[in-house]
Design a protein around this ligand. Structure first.
Ligand code: IMP
Ligand code: MG
Length: 184
């Protein structure tokens, strides 16, 4: 039996974004964020689980002081389409009132998670609240949303790797793949 990761990696045609392109873009985003936040000490919020690799790479490229914190939300279960419901599974540990907060997301699809988080985190009255997402799916939004920093705009397809999962697997791929089918 071959593993899911071996099956995916056997199809290099399905690579959407190479590891080198990801790292290059992460460096550019980190540069822009460092410039924009210089003189402040923002709290960077990792949205678990999908953002863990992007978050780890991004914060390591920042040239400003920052704090990190983690929250976990769920909306998808194990399916490839959104259930449309967002639940908080782990809250922040730090107090963000009066702080500059930058939320780090892996991907924006329907926009429901980002909108939910913006509203929910605003209630704690941060000094500023911005979002960075490595990926944004074009034409997938079901609600209007704002995202201040975007890594890549991608087609409206299900993708895996670099933190993004299918049924909790394939997060450990170093590049981003388009998932073509689930039964191979
Ligand atoms: P949204 O609320 O529909 O914008 O979806 C946000 C969350 O759904 C993301 O943070 C991901 O965790 C997950 N998600 C959306 N699209 C994909 C995908 O193509 N692959 C893996 N996870 C996805
Ligand atoms: Mg996510």
């Amino acid at each position: 039996m071959t593993s899911k990761i071996q099956q995916i990696m056997a199809n290099p045609d399905n690579v959407l974004i190479s590891s080198e392109s990801i790292q290059q873009r992460v460096r550019e985003l980190a540069q822009q964020i460092s410039d924009d936040y210089r003189g402040t000490v923002p709290v960077l919020v990792c949205v678990l689980n999908g953002s863990f690799l992007f978050f780890a790479d991004l914060v390591r490229q920042l040239t400003i002081d920052c704090e990190v914190d983690f929250l976990k939300i769920s909306s998808y279960g194990n399916s490839m389409t959104s259930s449309g419901r967002v639940k908080i599974l782990k809250e922040l540990d730090c107090h963000i009132e009066g702080r500059d907060v930058l939320v780090v997301e892996d991907i924006i699809d329907s926009g429901l998670s980002v909108n939910f988080l913006r509203k929910w985190l605003s209630e704690s009255r941060p000094k500023s609240l911005k979002f960075v997402s490595l990926l944004v799916k074009e034409g997938a939004a079901v609600v209007e949303y704002e995202c201040e920093y975007i890594g890549f705009k991608i087609p409206n397809k299900f993708v895996v790797g670099y933190g993004l999962d299918y049924a909790q697997l394939l997060r450990n791929l170093p590049e981003i793949y388009v998932m073509t089918s689930t039964d191979d």
